[in-house]
Design a protein around this ligand. Structure first.
Ligand SMILES: Cc1cc2nc3c(=O)[nH]c(=O)nc-3n(C[C@H](O)[C@H](O)[C@H](O)COP(=O)(O)O)c2cc1C
Length: 158
């Protein structure tokens, strides 16, 4: 897929097939994470791919009972150091777009109890979870969500 097509194809997916994510797709997502830019190349983050079903259910409970999260075969728990959410965001977008390029669905999930998820998933030293990303093959095909106009969102100053 052309890069612009990948951007256009991405949707927030909230229903997943139980099919496992192939190791080839895992490798592409891992590389996309590794290649993401970070401030001063500090790489102050860690991505933990949770495949354990019981742990996925517990994480979903702490994500304000958004049960669809546990239905994905993987939940990527994105950790970062304090005040490094910009870095974590670009890393997460690399992950999500790489997943899309592999034909996988995903969804950013920011609505969760940080401390509770931190207690469930062994946290890297000095880091806290900042975003969750369920990943798997989509079991739905949602229409694109509306966006504000280009004129509203972007201004060019010559
Ligand atoms: C930082 C962030 C946090 C989000 N948190 C949630 C969430 O907790 N639950 C959820 O279902 N969707 C969540 N979303 C998905 C947004 O609702 C979604 O991206 C938006 O409605 C646009 O739809 P689209 O992703 O299909 O284009 C989040 C997205 C972002 C970027």
């Amino acid at each position: 897929m052309d890069f612009q097509d990948i951007i256009a194809a991405r949707r927030s997916i909230r229903a997943y097939k139980p099919d496992a994510v192939p190791e080839s797709a895992m490798a592409k997502m891992k590389q996309a994470i590794q290649l993401a830019p970070t401030g001063n190349n500090g790489q102050p983050f860690k991505a933990v791919f949770v495949r354990n079903a019981s742990l996925r259910r517990q994480i979903a409970e702490k994500a304000c009972h958004q049960a669809f999260i546990a239905g994905a075969p993987i939940i990527a728990v994105m950790f970062c150091k304090e005040d490094h959410e910009f870095d974590a965001a670009i890393v997460t977008d690399h992950l999500v777009l790489a997943a899309t390029a592999e034909g996988l669905g995903s969804c950013w999930v920011g609505w969760f109890e940080r401390d509770a998820v931190k207690a469930l998933v062994a946290s890297p030293e000095g880091m806290s979870p900042c975003i969750l990303v369920p990943i798997g093959y989509a079991a739905e095909a949602p229409a694109p969500r509306p966006r504000k106009s280009l004129e509203t969102l972007i201004e060019v100053v010559d």
